[in-house]
Design a protein around this ligand. Structure first.
Ligand SMILES: [Zn+2]
Length: 315
């Protein structure tokens, strides 16, 4: 606590010329939140208590891009993470989450007419969501996830779904794709601009492909002072406006943006941009509005730490 408190008290919001925004390339990235020694993974299963306590810890320094609104951990090191079979992130045993997931499947099926289509899901986990998408619309699915455990999802085979235990990349550009789905994965990717450009190049010959992304909404985290929703493996944070900017800046037309799951998630639908520029959608906030929320989070977080510090040490 003391280290964290002193770090933040002594800090001014600074412009880091050496850090450029990984979404838009701007050098105007200001650090507004720092916390030291956070475990690099949050859902890794470890065999002993000692291994858990001594698990690798690194610092989080969230930077805000004043040009596009993208927030990321400027101290992040992607090479440290291990998305292996010990990584357990499934939410499919939660009845509440399953109600949400089924509702989203129905929503996407109706919204984008997903019937008899070829679907790719990046970061599909054990393929539960992809299975639902394929079952409801009689679609065909291919999932990508390095943490996939073969044999765990018995519904894959009967629905003609295959999962490739790998990160998605351009080497898979030949796979047919009417709908590319990527849920709760982009926040784990540091070089978000590079990643979206990989997707654009992969579907460059498929102009009708719909791309769908779901990420946590950073506006809720900022408004609720939800510091517990900031962790190391989430290196990238988006609002509706900054998520839309990422896609527009990289050759996509944004079709839809909406929020779901108690406004915790931002959903975005897009396709390759044509000649006309897509207009912004009413849910997109502008960067100055987001900056106000970032400043308030930074100020309130400092006050919270001071109060906590005084309570811990003086009473
Ligand atoms: Zn930016």
């Amino acid at each position: 606590m003391l280290n964290t408190l002193s770090t933040i008290t002594n800090k001014e919001v600074i412009t880091l010329k050496k850090n450029s925004c990984l979404s838009c390339g701007s050098s105007e990235v200001s650090v507004f939140y720092e916390v030291e020694n956070m475990p690099i993974h949050s859902v890794m299963l470890l065999p002993t208590r000692d291994k858990a306590i001594n698990y690798l810890k690194k610092d989080i320094r969230l930077g805000f891009c004043t040009k596009c609104g993208f927030i990321s951990n400027v101290s992040f090191d992607q090479s440290l993470l291990e998305y292996s079979t010990g990584y357990e992130s499934t939410q499919s045993y939660s009845p509440t989450f399953n109600v949400f997931a089924k509702g989203l499947v129905r929503n996407l099926t109706d919204r984008y007419d997903l019937h008899d289509k070829d679907i790719i899901e990046i970061g599909c986990g054990q393929g539960e969501f992809l299975t639902m998408l394929c079952e409801i619309g009689l679609n065909r699915g291919i999932g990508f996830d390095p943490s996939y455990i073969p044999g765990r999802n018995e519904n894959l085979e009967k629905n003609k779904i295959s999962i490739i235990k790998d990160f998605y990349s351009e080497k898979y550009a030949d796979i047919k794709c009417d709908f590319l789905c990527c849920r709760m994965t982009l926040e784990h990717i540091h070089k978000t601009g590079d990643f979206i450009r990989i997707i654009r190049r992969s579907i460059k010959d498929k102009p009708d492909t719909i791309v769908f992304f779901q990420v946590p909404d950073v506006i809720r985290i900022l408004n609720d002072l939800a510091f517990w929703d900031i962790y190391y493996e989430h290196c990238s944070y988006f609002s509706p406006g900054s998520l839309a900017s990422l896609f527009r800046n990289n050759g996509f037309e944004v079709i839809d943006i909406w929020k779901d799951y108690g406004e915790q998630y931002v959903m975005l639908g897009a396709k390759l941009a044509g000649k006309s520029t897509s207009k912004s959608i009413s849910m997109e906030e502008d960067v100055s509005e987001l900056k106000g929320k970032v400043d308030l989070f930074s100020k309130n977080n400092l006050e919270f730490l001071i109060q906590n510090f005084l309570f811990t040490h003086c009473f």
